[in-house]
Design a protein around this ligand. Sequence first.
Ligand SMILES: *Cc1c(COP(=O)(O)O)cnc(C)c1O
Length: 477
Amino acid sequence: MRYVSTRADSAAASESFEDVLLAGLARDGGLFVPESWPAPFSESDLVEMASLSYADLAVRLTQPFIGDAVEPAALERIARETYAGFEHPATAPLTQLGARFWLMELYHGPTLAFKDYALQFLGRLFDHVVARRGERLTIVGATSGDTGSAAIEACRGRKSLSIVILHPEGRVSEVQRRQMTTVDEANVHNVAVDGTFDDCQAMVKAMFNDLPFRDALNLAAVNSINWARILAQTVYYAYAALALGSPARPVTFAVPTGNFGNVYSGYVAARLGLPIRHLLVATNANDILARFFASAGYYKNDVIASISPSMDIQIASNFERLLFELYGRDGAAVRALIGRLDQGGGFDVAADKLDAVRGLFSGRRVDDDRALECMARVWRECGMLIDPHSAAGVAAAEDAMQAQDAGAAAMICLATAHPAKFPDAVERATGIHAALPDRLGDLLERPEHVTHLPNDLATVKEFVRACGSGQREGKVA
Ligand SMILES: *Cc1c(COP(=O)(O)O)cnc(C)c1O
């Protein structure tokens, strides 16, 4: 399988899975997508896949996209190791909340959020590919809370990787900070920057833009646009559909959405032949995508702080991958649209272009009050605590079923975070304090490892250089 950028001319050279994995973003600023989609799985393929374990299904689904970049035996080992580390024997269990209505719990990984399902796989793929090349990678990122811990958990202890995560000192919650700083591993480096998240992100950007620095340290990112993350996320869509009776039984997914990465994986699963009738894009008050599917207009607004912060986004970076399909895989057309987004704040997609996916996608906005009400009701009626992100998906699904525009397929809502990650909102809705799982129960007592640095690029770069060259190995302070 070869890959192209969403902004490339048709004559541009394609790239290998290995390069796509390590580069993340294409050089022209676009996102990588397969050069062409593989033939969908047949009905008998799907019937046979229904009996696979989560890890074996992951191998089956990802192998055609990875090709010979990872040998079959290594891919099997990576998938087994990845999902053996998840707490629940079903890996991604389904809980029935109502007639034709299920919740898929995607929070049984080490950091209790769905990002683990892809990042745990990605960290191992990175390690494998880089070690085979005899190289080292320095992963650098900034976090306002959640992604930092998932990335650290994905990279901890991997011999060919160092990871440096910047967070704004005093501006992440105690649980979020401790999920990062209590990791006691020589290749993990936490930096508390005396500044804001934007300061942290600006420094990361500046490091990537300093090409000699970037090359010398083999800098890499594990951000949400990496194709391998999208790929790994298709597995739970297939797993849930097959568990509920696909291919005979069609399904619909409701997906709490921010950067459009998760729900785009659902689109990929549909392209692979899973009988996915509909993908319901649930947003909070930051509703650019809900507005898009209603009006075909994609226009940015200011970010509104909500009770579901991981969905507080202005521009959904992975949406560019869908645009590429809507415009018949025309990179020049995508480039023009993104130019209008950057300069004029938005664009309209021609109605006939949207028609191609109008049946498959729709969007719904769920405000905080509606999400809180949904959390309270699910607790009351089903005895289950759900986090505010998951509640956006459940409420959107309920509203769609009420309006009778959800179709007759089984409805599966993705629960993207454990309720204990957002205890304040859960308590506000239900009066219950959501407890952390046992294995994280002593989080508040574990020692922290963090380096405090000023908001100064030169100082931070020097620190990253020392981490990347291994000088700080074993010197976690
Ligand atoms: C990242 C995240 C989302 C949004 O996922 P996207 O792939 O960016 O759409 C939703 N919920 C939680 C809990 C998240 O961490």
